[in-house]
Design a protein around this ligand. Sequence first.
Ligand code: HEM
Length: 125
Amino acid sequence: MGKLEIDDIGLESLVDAFYARVRADAALGPIFNDAIGDWPEHLEKLTDFWSSVMLTSGRYKGQPVPAHMKHKAQITPELFARWLALWAQTTDALMIPEAAAALQDRARRIAQSLQLAMFIRLGGR
Ligand code: HEM
C-alpha cells in the first residue's frame, strides 16, 4: 500500500491506526479504554486536532491540558515515552518519511508541554 501524506485522508487514517495500536497496548490501552466512551467521537476529535496542528485548519477547539489533568493519577512520564514510541512506529509505518518526521517532531513538542503542565510544580508543596 502507498504511504500517506499530511492531508485529510492521511491524518484520518493515521489517527485510526494509532488509536487501534494504543488500545491494544498493555500499558496505554487500559487508560484509554476506561476514559473513552465514544470512540468514533474521540477519533474525529483527534483527527481535527492533528488537522489544526499540521494544516492550521482551526478544526479543533478544545483544551488538551485539562483533558489530561483529569487522568493525572494514571499518567506518568514513562507512559508519555510509550505514547511517543507508538506514535513513531505508526507514523513510520504509514506516512511518507518527511510526513512521519514532521509528525514525530510536533508530537514530541506537544508531549513536552503537556508534561510541563502536568508534572512541574512551581513554588513547591
Ligand atoms: C485526550 C490520554 C498523550 C492529545 C486524551 C484522553 C485521554 C488521553 C485518556 C481523553 C480525555 C477525556 O476526555 O477524558 C493520554 C495519555 C497520553 C496522552 C495516557 C500519554 C501518556 C497525548 C499527546 C497528545 C495528546 C502526546 C498530542 C500530541 C490529546 C487530545 C485529546 C486527548 C487532543 C482531546 C482533548 C479534548 O477533549 O479536547 N488523552 N494522552 N495526548 N489527547 Fe491524550
